[in-house]
Design a protein around this ligand. Structure first.
Ligand code: NAP
Length: 489
């Protein structure tokens, strides 16, 4: 936990507030009013990001004075941000998360009183801990040919170690007993497998917590069949994004799903939901997700009493049947403002039917900041995959490439199309595209390919074909750093 909070001259901890877009200002104001009513020593510095900032011509959607404020306060309470069509290429949310390396996204869901769902009575109380800055959401994409797109899924050992340690530390801080790690390691053995292997290694340091790996699709199946079996689920960025909307649905919807984006320096607290523009300014949406995000923020800032008071007041309000439109429908719904007023009037009351956790301060894991986090004792380059755009059939292209490599230190091994070997033919019926990956291996099976051999090969290929991408086939400490194509021996 960061103790470097910015203290105002009045002795209050300063928080950067970003009201956001659509329903953002309504839910953020609701949470602010409730916090103010607790008397917690919190002060606000309001800054902007999102639609209005894109429209000012700032391509990131985040203003420089917002960045400066976050650097100073290190704590953000934020409403959802939209990306207006035609402005900016990147989401301002993702920019904020990545700028401040908030690598862990904590998304708790808990069954709430008075919210009827098909799962009511099952005691759902779980947390998705989602890696927040790597994976496909880094948004590194390339058009490889006019008709074939690529998105890079980069997963680092360092990133895995940070998120896994955070999941275990978070479990300890909330007195939770079990951590599942959900991956697709059976298919993506290197990327998703990196999280699985790291999890299994680091779990040994937390013998007080039960640990179990689960394949992510089965995890989704189990979440719907028996959600009560889960406590903490740690997972990669995209898996976590999808799963946490699913878990929100289990307890009544996005109106109840809070989140915290945690990093070593900065923490950003926001609802899981977006800006729901159709409800903007209608004073009808449910502010609970943002209020519970603010509760997480107060705990992060060691304001345990205010957090406890608000959590009880929300529960007492729900138990009393005061609900917004998303829960009760139009009949009997109260406005966002009236809901907020009721929570404020319930501050100080305690629910008897609900147990509020005994929270302990969260120890943010300290992981080395070394860039070369993992080093190999031995390494060599065994060959190269050259990605080629071609309208030729695999036989013709394969024969041409075999000819191209003649007389070089490399030989042509095979052609793959979207990961399946298509030449030499296995007799498979594959619908090929114009995007091929041609594998060339060194003639010396234990050799180390020089860059000059690579450049020579590329020059030869370039004379006859259009290539757009290469991948060196690296071997680290004797382990292959590349996968084989389906059908490759
Ligand atoms: P959304 O804003 O989350 O809304 C989806 C639906 O969820 C709403 O139509 C509504 O369902 C329900 N909902 C969301 N918040 C609610 C609340 N507080 N109370 C009650 N119901 C609520 O998702 P979206 O429509 O896909 O995205 C809209 C914009 O938000 C996009 O520009 C997107 O990029 C952005 N976004 C931002 C963030 C963020 O800032 N962290 C996250 C997600 C999306 P019903 O229609 O059934 O009433």
């Amino acid at each position: 936990m960061s103790n470097n909070f910015h203290i105002t001259p009045e002795g209050k901890k300063l928080v950067t507030v970003i009201p956001g877009d659509g329903i953002g200002p309504e839910v953020v104001r609701s949470a602010q009013r409730i916090i103010e009513a607790t008397g917690a020593a919190i002060a606000w510095e309001t800054r902007s990001a999102g639609e209005s900032v894109f429209k000012e011509g700032i391509a990131s959607g985040v203003r420089p004075d917002t960045i400066e404020s976050v650097r100073k306060t290190r704590v953000v309470l934020k409403g959802p941000l939209g990306t207006p069509i035609g402005y900016g290429e990147k989401s301002a949310n993702v920019t904020l998360r990545k700028l401040f390396e908030t690598y862990g996204n904590i998304r708790p869901v808990r069954e709430l009183p008075g919210v009827q769902t098909p799962f009511s009575g099952r005691g759902i109380d779980l947390v998705v801990v989602r890696e927040n800055v790597e994976d496909l959401y880094a948004g590194i994409e390339y058009m490889q040919t006019p008709g074939v797109a690529e998105c890079l899924k980069l997963i680092s050992r360092k990133g895995c170690e940070k998120i896994v340690r955070l999941a275990f530390e978070f479990a300890r801080s909330e007195g939770r007993k079990k951590v599942h790690c959900a991956t697709k390691a059976n298919i993506m053995k290197m990327t998703e497998g990196m999280l699985k292997r790291t999890f299994e290694e680091i779990a040994k340091e937390y013998p007080d917590i039960e640990s179990q790996h689960i394949i992510v699709d089965n995890c989704c199946h189990q979440l719907v069949r028996r959600p009560e079996q889960f406590d903490v689920i740690v997972t990669t960025n995209m898996n976590g994004d999808i799963m946490s909307d699913l878990t929100s649905g289990l307890i009544g919807g996005l109106g109840f799903a809070p989140s915290a984006n945690l990093g070593n320096e900065v923490a950003i607290f926001e609802a899981v939901h977006g800006s729901a523009p159709k409800y903007a300014g209608k004073d009808s949406i449910n502010p609970t997700a943002l209020i519970m995000s603010a509760v997480m923020m107060l705990r992060y800032m060691d304001e345990f009493q205010a957090a406890l008071d608000i959590e009880h007041a929300v529960l007492v309000t729900m138990e009393s049947g005061v609900r917004t439109r998303d829960v009760s429908g139009d009949e009997g719904a109260v406005s966002t403002t009236a809901f907020t007023d009721t929570i404020i009037s319930n501050l100080g009351k305690r629910t008897a039917n609900w147990s509020v956790r005994d929270y302990k301060p969260l120890n943010l894991p300290q992981v080395s900041t070394a860039q070369d986090f993992v080093q190999a004792a031995t390494r060599r380059v065994a060959g190269v995959d050259v990605f080629i755009e071609s309208a030729l059939v695999p036989e013709e292209l394969g024969q041409s490439l075999a000819h191209v490599a003649e007389g070089t230190p490399l030989h042509f091994k095979q052609l793959a199309n979207r990961g399946t070997k298509v030449f030499p033919s296995m007799g498979a019926i594959t619908d090929s595209t114009d995007h091929f990956s041609a594998r060339f291996m060194l003639n010396d099976a234990e050799g180390d390919m020089s860059d000059s051999a690579l450049f020579d090969l590329l020059t030869r290929i370039g004379k006859e074909h259009r290539w757009m991408h290469i991948e060196k086939l690296q071997v680290f400490d004797g382990a292959l750093g590349y996968t084989k194509a389906q059908g490759e021996d």
